[in-house]
Write a protein that binds this ligand. Structure first.
Ligand SMILES: *Cc1c(COP(=O)(O)O)cnc(C)c1O
Length: 417
């Protein structure tokens, strides 16, 4: 399915013309499709079928309460990386008992809160963290469920900034270290050993690194069995790539079936982020000026790298389309650039489009790692987010105000006190 489609030369979000949304909510704007989010989640859900499983949506990909609420209503679990994300899940109606807590730097306070809320399990990333969790659990006199994040040392062949499963990356521990951590944890009065997890990177478009990581994890699980340590689940992480340009992507059904066939009866957790929300969102921005010189043509828009940083940060490609197919305007190969004072401030480069001042350009597949990575750089208020479902739509985050930009700041008074 594709929730963002052209009908009579106009881009629609489900059954609503994007131009209507721009007139109503202003520019720039993020627009999400409820049906697309549900559809994408169900691809995972249906692939698992009757096999015991829990889909833990990776909240960091898009943490808007409305997005989390849609997934909570489907019965989804969540992969969180901070106390803030856990509080968001709960505020959106999500179940803390279906949350796994990942991340290399969990603070004592976030561990305490997570234990009080009764999360499903901690994905532990170091020996120091295991000790910290044990100590907090003992102070609360509860048992903490733990999984150990193994770094399988496989090359996910993705952008180096989103590759996480190599020994040189900060994530997880080696199989040897994991083994000693499991032995230690299994003797603790305050730790319940429940699983093993890994996550090798993001935007992976080939099954082989996933399967290689799985096989290494299963070898370790066998070794643990011989030490009489039995796990309840294996967590295969996220990382499934999506199509931004021409990428050929893996079949999720095929991948999950292969995982099930190798894992046997053990419960499987998965942590998809991008593949749930990526193609369920677009970012729409207005052409302020067209500027051409001898060698370059720039479409200067009101959206910028502070709103959508993926092109600047990872040189990511996003498809860019005019929301109304038209013949009027200047046809050229445009660099779509924003107002931020950085040369890296571009959303797309060399795009053949017919444009004139005032047109709206939709940057497609912007639902994952889009709004969540936005900032106030250049004192730009963050843009609003709108959710669409068939013919209905509403604001799910309002546009920030100029005043809100400096409401936490004060002028320094150089006085002796
Ligand atoms: C970011 C992350 C995910 C989600 O990755 P996607 O590529 O968005 O599917 C899952 N698990 C962990 C531990 C992560 O850090």
């Amino acid at each position: 399915m594709n929730a963002f489609n052209f009908q009579n030369k106009n881009l629609y979000a489900e059954s609503v013309p994007v131009s209507d949304l721009m007139n109503l909510y202003g520019s720039p704007l993020y627009i999400y499709s409820k049906s697309q989010i549900e559809f994408n989640w169900k691809v995972f859900e249906n692939s698992f079928g009757a096999h015991p499983h829990l889909i833990c949506y990776a909240v960091k990909a898009n943490s808007n309460l409305a997005v989390l609420n849609i997934l909570a209503n489907l019965g989804s679990g969540f992969d969180i990386v901070s106390l803030g994300e856990l509080e968001r899940v709960i505020a959106s109606g999500g179940d803390p008992a279906k949350c796994v807590f990942s991340g290399v730097a969990k603070t004592e306070n976030s561990i305490r809160k997570a234990l009080e809320y009764g999360i499903y399990c901690f994905n532990v990333e170091s020996e120091g963290e295991l000790e910290q969790i044990e100590s907090v659990a003992s102070s609360l006199n509860v048992r903490a469920s733990i999984s150990i994040r193994v770094n399988p040392d496989v090359d996910a062949k993705t952008h180096p900034y989103i590759s996480t499963g190599l020994t040189e990356n900060k994530f997880g521990v080696s199989a040897e270290v994991a083994l000693s951590m499991y032995k230690k944890a299994s003797l603790s009065d305050y730790l319940d050993v429940c699983g093993l997890d890994y996550h090798i990177g993001s935007q992976i478009t080939d099954q082989s690194p996933f399967i290689e990581a799985l096989e290494k994890a299963l070898d370790l699980i066998e070794e643990l069995k011989s030490e009489n340590i039995d796990l309840d689940h294996i967590d295969i992480g996220g990382g499934v790539g999506i199509t931004y340009d021409q990428e050929k992507i893996i079949s999720i059904e095929d991948y999950i079936n292969r995982v099930i066939s190798k894992v046997g009866s053990m419960k499987i957790l998965a942590e998809p982020g991008r593949s749930i929300v990526g193609n369920a969102g677009i970012f729409v921005t207005k052409v302020e000026y067209l500027k051409q010189n001898d060698i370059k043509s720039f479409a200067i828009v009101d959206g910028a790298m502070n709103d959508l940083i993926r092109p600047a940060l990872y040189s990511s490609y996003h498809e860019a389309v005019s929301i109304q197919e038209k013949s009027k305007g200047v046809t050229d190969s445009w660099d779509i650039v924003g107002p931020v004072c950085e040369t890296s401030d571009f959303l797309a480069k060399d795009r053949e489009l017919t444009l004139e001042k005032g047109d709206y350009i939709a940057i497609l597949t912007a639902g994952a790692y889009g709004f969540v990575l936005s900032s106030n750089y250049n004192s730009r208020p963050r843009v609003p987010e709108v959710m669409v479902s068939e013919k209905s739509h509403s604001l799910v985050r309002k546009r920030e105000t100029i005043e809100s930009l400096f409401e936490n700041e004060t002028i320094f008074k150089d006085e002796v006190n």
